[in-house]
Design a protein. Structure first.
Length: 344
């Protein structure tokens, strides 16, 4: 009887780890599953390819804006609704640089176009990062640990930032034409591949891989990941977790500014409230992915982008609420998000 019981125990033991490993891989399979289901439902290869590229590009831009926020959320436990201010400020700073370099953006030269776009993105990141530093010192720091106060003061900061934008750049929307190299599309048969969306996907992938490298291969990345999982232990080991907080907050703000430029070029028009409009999608991505998880944020952003474009084509009336439904479905399945960071 004892041998039989031991045999049953040995046979049963491997099943749990296999189930856990399988469950851990399921989130990574969601994007391919979305692509397959979308192809089946749409039925047209060229239409599917166009919608898929648009969804991936949209997802990459949302990821750039949300990646910093998910680290701030996971590491600092801050509900920062002012994140939208960095998106708007970045967009307007980048637009200012681009509109001053119309001779370069309108030239039929990739190098001249990049000579205008790269400084615009760099300026947006510098200004948004600097604003993030001031925002953390003045607005966020007094309300650490008080979520209700965080919501109120950061939302107030967002409103003030929007009014400052209207004061500096005016109340009207500003058209933001793309540089010549980013306009148009490559046509292959019946499939039109828009250039800007391809470049957005490439830039988003580069940023994602860079974040993975920083978090996984550098000392500061190790401290950030350790701080997300157990900030008290990092503090006990003698590291100044407060400086890490500030660094992550500034980096997240800078990424939001970069995302603002990308989103402005995507929409080809910028407004003072654009940050607030995008903020809803950003928070959905952060919640879906799991607080503090960059890979989860990446997967969540792609799902949101694909969902918005597929439903916009298949069921337009559902498109506005499709990502809310996606978030509800994910949270009912995995309440802590797709790839949550385990806190101890």
């Amino acid at each position: 009887m004892t041998d039989q019981t031991a045999s049953q125990t040995e046979n049963a033991t491997p099943r749990a780890p296999f189930t856990e490993r399988l469950g851990a891989w399921v989130p990574y399979l969601l994007v391919p599953a979305f692509l397959i289901v979308g192809y089946v439902l749409i039925g047209s290869g060229p239409t599917w390819a166009t919608l898929t590229l648009a969804g991936l590009a949209m997802g990459m831009m949302i990821f750039v804006m949300a990646s910093g926020l998910t680290l701030v959320f996971g590491l600092m436990d801050i509900l920062n609704f002012g994140h939208g201010a960095f998106i708007s400020i970045g967009a307007f700073v980048g637009a200012t640089v681009l509109l001053q370099a119309t001779g370069w953006t309108g030239a039929d030269s990739v190098l001249l176009n990049l000579g205008a776009v790269l400084p615009a993105m760099l300026a947006a990141m510098l200004v948004a990062g600097g604003l993030g530093y001031v925002f953390e010192r003045v607005i966020v720091r007094p309300v650490y640990g008080a979520h209700l106060k965080q919501i109120l003061v950061t939302m107030g900061g967002l409103i003030v930032a929007e009014e400052l934008i209207r004061l500096i750049w005016g109340p009207d929307a500003i058209p933001l034409p793309r540089p010549e190299a980013l306009t148009g599309a490559w046509v292959y048969g019946m499939v039109a591949i828009e250039k800007y969306r391809v470049y957005s996907v490439i830039l988003g992938l580069v940023i994602f891989l860079a974040l993975l490298w920083v978090l996984g291969r550098t000392r500061i990345g190790l401290l950030i990941r350790a701080g997300v999982e157990n900030g008290e232990m990092v503090e006990a080991l003698g590291y100044r977790i407060r400086l890490i907080f500030i660094l992550v907050f500034v980096a997240g703000s800078a990424l939001a500014g970069l995302g603002g430029v990308m989103w402005g070029l995507y929409e080809q028009i910028i407004t003072a409230q654009m940050g607030l409009d995008v903020l809803v999608l950003v928070f959905i991505v952060v919640i879906i992915g799991g607080l503090g998880s960059v890979p989860g944020c990446f997967i969540g952003a792609l799902l949101v982008g694909l969902m918005a474009n597929y439903t916009g084509y298949l069921v337009p009336k559902v498109a506005l609420g499709s990502n809310i439904l996606l978030m509800v479905a994910v949270l009912m399945w995995r309440p802590q998000g797709l790839l949550p960071v385990n806190k101890h």
